[in-house]
Each structure stands twice: as C-alpha cells, then as structure tokens.
Design a protein around this ligand. Structure first.
Ligand code: ZN
Length: 217
C-alpha cells in the first residue's frame, strides 16, 4: 500500500444535477501527477460493502464525441445508467489516461497507424516507441478510501484493473461485466483487447460483421 490520504486542500465537492439524477460531484487533485479527477457519487455508499463502482479512464474521442472506434463512451453511459438504476454507486473519472496513458496527441498518432497500416491498438503504440499501458489507478483508490467505500463491485472487463486496485488497498468483492456490442468500427479494438490484453469480452463471439478490415482505436 502506497496511499497517502487525499488532503482537504485538494478536494472540493458539491451536488451535481444531471439528466440521470443528482450526484455528489467530488473533484480532487492528484499531487503526484498534477491531474484533476472527479468521483460522481450516487445514493448512499459511505461505509457500505459491495458498492457498485466504475473506474473510467478518460477518452475524449469516445466519451465526449461519441467515437465508435472504441467502446469508452458507451461504457461510461452504461455505467452511469446502472449506478442510477441500482440506486447507489460511484463513478471515478480519471484524467491523464488518454490512450492508456500515452496522451491525446500520441493516441491520435496511433489512430493514423491503425487506419493506414492496419496495426492494432497495441502495435500502433509500440511502433511509435510508446508503452501499451501506463495508467495509474492510485488516484481512484485514494478517492474510494476518502469516500469510505468498504468494498466494491467493479464494473470492468479488465482483470488487470482489479489487481491494480487491490494492490492499492481496495477490496474488490466482485467484477461486474460492462459489455458493449461489437460493431464494424470497434471490433478490431475489442478483439485486440480480448486477445492481447486479456479482457473478458464474450460478446465478440456473437459478432458476424466484416472484420478483419476494421482497425480499431
Ligand atoms: Zn476510448
């Protein structure tokens, strides 16, 4: 465990009324990397066990602009919908995670290699001399600790994310799949995540589009 507790100087919170309902919006600053993140808290989660949690990596193209080459935006929507329909939960939105941590400009460079050379999401990064995944989940662990969440049901398809949170002292009671249907635009990306990063993506078995022509994000 390497957690320094979040300091009150680095946190501000208020109610946030959204189309889905009213969340508690907890903005916090990570002194280690300088990023500012946000936890959206819905319902009662303090001192609770088995809290439904999504730890979401920022993806401007997917989350804001609805890009279809990855499934980030759809996962964000589905996670918030599920938290509201269950009546409680936390979504932690982590900045500085573009392209699994390489940054936005580098991510778009990988898109060029994917579109022009047919490389997948991993090879397009390593061809540019960039790492495949540098994401730090420490800030998510620190805010979940601050919120006094006792254990989490993590909405994720990525076993590594569970191991990372556990290594930062978070008790993960269960993993809840967060599956987005495959389509011609995201199937290359999803397939690379399944076959090369070990994500659990059973919905790919049902897909019958024109892959392998799609490259992915
Ligand atoms: Zn994305």
């Amino acid at each position: 465990m390497d957690e320094q507790a979040l300091s009150h100087e680095d946190i501000a919170e208020s109610d946030l009324v959204t189309r889905r309902g009213t969340f508690r919006a907890v903005a916090f600053r990570d002194r280690l990397h300088g990023h500012e993140h946000m936890a959206l808290v819905f319902g009662k989660t303090r001192m609770r066990e088995n809290v439904l949690v999504r730890v979401h990596s920022e993806c401007m193209t997917g989350d804001i602009f609805g890009a279809m080459r990855c499934e980030c935006g759809e996962q964000l929507d589905a996670a918030l919908d599920r938290i509201v329909s269950e009546g409680s939960g936390v979504l932690v939105y982590l900045r500085g995670h573009e392209g699994r941590g390489i940054g936005l400009v580098a991510k778009v460079r990988t898109h060029v290699l994917q579109d022009e050379k047919g490389l997948d999401t991993l090879d397009s990064a390593t061809t540019l001399g960039l790492p495949v995944d540098t994401r730090d989940y420490g800030p998510a662990a620190r805010v979940l600790t601050y919120l006094r969440v006792q254990s989490v049901r993590l909405m994720s398809n990525n076993p590594d994310k569970i191991r990372a949170l556990e290594s930062h002292g978070i008790a993960v009671a269960a993993r809840v799949p967060l599956l987005v249907p495959a389509n011609d635009h995201n199937v290359g990306y999803l397939t690379a995540k399944r076959d090369r990063l070990g994500h659990d993506l059973p919905q790919l078995d049902l897909f019958s589009g024109d892959y392998p022509h799609a490259a992915g994000g």
